[in-house]
Design a protein around this ligand. Structure first.
Ligand SMILES: Cc1cc2ncn([C@H]3O[C@H](COP(=O)(O)O)[C@@H](O)[C@H]3O)c2cc1C
Ligand SMILES: O=C(O)c1cccnc1
Length: 337
């Protein structure tokens, strides 16, 4: 996609985001109001049907071609003792995804999702962002492109997920740099670090904020400086999906942190996004509030891999089924109010 050919093209695309089809959305709302139920009684299911209708440009939306894309990357900041697990687990989990044995494999199967796994340069961790930029411009553009490559305009829905030991620290740094606050405001236990580990995470985020203080706070620079390849790829997928009119289902704190630098300058970037769930990682609620997304599920999950987003697809499928399959008052001979 040419929008990822240069930094300028990326920033320009972000500044000129397409909108949903208002006619298709209005037609979906009109249909909802004729279905055999009190108006509004299906709550957010009605909203989801209208939302998908608008982005798909059809009054009766569908979820026939739905894909989950899980990106993986490694992080130099792991050297600071910020994760309960070693960096080698990233590649091992990619092997597990490919063999079909991870949580996301099971949830994707249950949700009827095609699963694609995209490891990005796992043998080349990002640089430690407490000391300098995590990535070069070229590496950051390459990660954006890897994300865009999972989007095709024939998709009805795209679920995004990540795997990258240490990436909950990168996620906290992205949020702090995008929306303000410091390490304490955005850091959580991730894979389950102890109190000392938590302090190391806070210190890493605060060090990153100090190191990059004064650098430009554009979407691209924030992603490049304190992101990671798998997170940048998610940002690329979100933007490419918007250009293609494909609805995105976001996962937990780390997945959503990819959107933070984009939303800081272009709040409308989340207009084609559904927050699949709210993770128990404390920064996630703060982030969802900041980007004004209401999660569909809250199941006390804190896994990542796209697992919470994939679970939400069951609800989205039901919203679409209800919209397409219910009889209208006229068809069923039921008296309308
Ligand atoms: C076996 C295993 C499977 C995972 N699947 C997702 N994550 C999650 O944990 C990581 C973030 O936490 P932190 O910043 O503390 O390293 C990411 O890879 C995330 O996807 C996993 C972590 C582990 C250990
Ligand atoms: O919310 C998440 O995405 C998350 C939280 C902890 C560990 N991995 C992912």
């Amino acid at each position: 996609m040419t929008i990822f050919a240069t930094v300028a093209a990326f920033e320009t695309a972000l500044a000129s985001l397409p909108s949903a089809d208002a006619h298709a959305r209005a037609a979906a709302v009109a249909r909802q109001n004729q279905l055999t139920k009190p108006q509004g009684s299906l709550g957010r299911l009605e909203e989801i049907a209208g939302f998908l209708a608008g982005w798909q440009g059809r009054a009766v939306p569908r979820v026939d071609r739905a894909r989950a894309a899980v990106f993986a990357g490694n992080h130099g900041v792991v050297a600071r003792g910020v994760s309960a697990f070693p960096a080698s687990v990233t590649a091992q989990m990619v092997g597990n995804f490919e063999a079909g044995g991870a949580a996301i494999n099971a949830v994707a199967r249950a949700a009827g999702l095609e699963l694609v796994v995209i490891p990005i340069d796992l043998d080349r961790a990002t640089a430690d962002f407490t000391e300098g930029p995590a990535m070069s411009e070229a590496d950051c553009l390459a990660a954006l492109k890897a994300g865009a490559a999972v989007v095709d305009s024939g998709l009805d829905l795209l679920v995004l997920g990540e795997m990258g030991i240490g990436n909950s620290t990168a996620a906290a740094a992205l949020c702090a740099r995008s929306f303000g606050g410091d390490g304490r405001d955005w850091v959580g236990r991730g894979t389950g670090v102890d109190d000392d580990g938590l302090m190391r995470k806070v210190a890493a985020v605060d060090a990153a904020l100090a190191t990059h203080d004064g650098a430009p706070v554009t979407a691209f620079e924030t992603l490049r400086r304190v992101g990671g390849r798998e997170i940048v790829a998610i940002a690329g997928a979100v933007l490419a999906a918007r250009m293609a009119g494909v609805v995105v289902v976001l996962d937990g704190f780390i997945c959503c942190s990819a959107v933070a630098p984009l939303a800081a300058s272009a709040p409308d970037i989340v207009a084609h996004c559904i927050a699949g769930h709210r993770s128990v990682e404390p920064g996630h609620k703060r982030l969802l509030d900041r980007i004004a997304l209401e999660p569909l599920l809250a199941l006390d999950m804190r896994l990542g891999e796209g697992s919470g987003a994939a679970l939400a697809v069951g609800v989205i499928r039901a919203a679409v089924a209800v919209h397409a399959e219910m009889a209208t008052f006229a068809e069923a001979g039921v008296s309308a109010a």
